[in-house]
Design a protein around this ligand. Structure first.
Ligand SMILES: Cc1cc2nc3c(=O)[nH]c(=O)nc-3n(C[C@H](O)[C@H](O)[C@H](O)COP(=O)(O)O)c2cc1C
Length: 343
């Protein structure tokens, strides 16, 4: 299947593993790229040296194209983007910040830059910044999907640009891939589906919980990390989203998270304060949220932890290998496309 995205990146299938903190680790990234899709490393929990090491591990596992995701607003993210540029990573996926400097530097070695957006307004400014493609994240998505469903947001963004678009939010099988292509996208990003794959580092009990949950068993709330965020409906998810943490608790937890990540506190404070008071408080909430995410992902603790998950959990019925998932998505997409064209 050839689309604008497969042609741009030289990949076989229009399927992407999006950045997921603690989940999109080198082994999973390499498995998706090796299966013919595009794996994107999540750099949010990595310091620059760990990011460089992760990039080298991916390269030792596959010679196929892969990406590195950087949420530019987060402390340390620009340093990881710098490492990705130095290592000449084929694709850099930026979000939450101005990525012009990344585009300029990636051009020098032929790297491609893809920006994640969740609204028409974000899409407009990303297009102006000269990026090579967009991940368009609709309301159904795990974590930070937009206010508008994928069904409307993707064609709305397609009306603005001819750039390759990757549809994210609610896509977990071949039916979703054909639907995304029909809406004007050139690929799908599947977070929830790959988080429950055999190669994913998510705790086995959490994977079983994903299989058991229905589509409607999620919560979309700004109380988890200050941006509207979709999490699984669990005791932890319900408690965390019932009301916002107080700023002092958020700051204390985020400092704890930074210590656990071996982030030098002086640099963290400098980077955070450079964002201004509102930005600094937002980053503190993000830091606090990472502790809860880790408890759910690594310990299957859904009382103290919070699991990010999309509505597409209702479409996940087994834990399969990445290669099996990619094969099934492509086979089902071909059947569905043939059925639709035969109507
Ligand atoms: C378990 C899980 C963890 C995620 N973690 C992050 C994250 O740390 N940061 C982020 O921006 N998006 C995160 N995402 C969102 C994905 O990048 C992607 O936008 C989303 O999964 C797409 O929707 P889908 O879940 O319906 O496939 C996560 C998604 C899942 C399923």
């Amino acid at each position: 299947m050839k689309t604008r995205l497969t042609t741009l990146l030289g990949i076989e299938h229009p399927i992407v593993l999006p950045g997921m903190t603690y989940i999109a680790v080198p082994e999973l990234v390499a498995a998706v790229s090796q299966a013919g899709g595009l794996g994107i490393l999540a750099s949010g929990a990595l310091n620059p040296e760990a990011c460089r090491q992760a990039i080298r591990t991916i390269r030792s596992l596959t010679d196929k194209p892969f990406g590195v995701g950087c949420s530019l607003m987060m402390p340390g993210a620009s340093e990881c983007a710098e490492v990705a540029l130095q290592e000449q990573v084929p694709v850099i996926n930026v979000s939450m910040g101005k990525g012009e400097w990344v585009v300029e530097r990636a051009r020098t070695y032929g790297g491609k830059v893809i920006t994640t957006v969740s609204s028409e307004k974000h899409a407009r400014s990303a297009i102006e910044s000269g990026v090579d493609g967009l991940i368009v994240t609709g309301h159904e998505a795990a974590a930070h999907g937009g206010a508008v469903s994928s069904m409307v947001l993707i064609p709305a963004v397609r009306d603005m640009t001819d750039l390759p678009l990757i549809a994210a939010g609610g896509f977990a099988d071949g039916r979703g891939l054909v639907a995304a292509l029909a809406l004007g996208a050139d690929a799908v990003a599947m977070g929830t589906r790959f988080a429950s794959s055999a190669e994913s580092p998510v705790h086995p009990d959490t994977k079983q919980l994903i299989l058991a949950k229905e589509a409607e068993e999620t919560i979309y709330s700004p109380n988890f990390d200050t941006f509207p965020c979709r999490v699984m409906k669990t005791p932890g998810g319900q408690r965390y989203t019932a009301r916002k943490l107080s700023p002092p608790v958020a700051i204390t937890r985020s400092v704890k998270a930074a210590r656990e990540l071996n982030r030098p506190l002086s640099g963290l404070v400098r980077d955070t304060l450079s964002l201004g008071l509102v930005g600094a408080v937002k980053v503190a909430y993000f830091g606090a949220a990472t502790l809860a995410m880790r408890k759910a992902i690594h310990e299957a603790n859904h009382v103290d932890g919070v699991q990010l998950i999309g509505q597409s959990q209702g479409l996940v019925h087994d834990v399969a290998s990445v290669a099996e998932i990619v094969d099934r998505v492509m086979a089902q997409a071909r059947t569905v496309a043939a059925n639709v064209s035969g109507l």
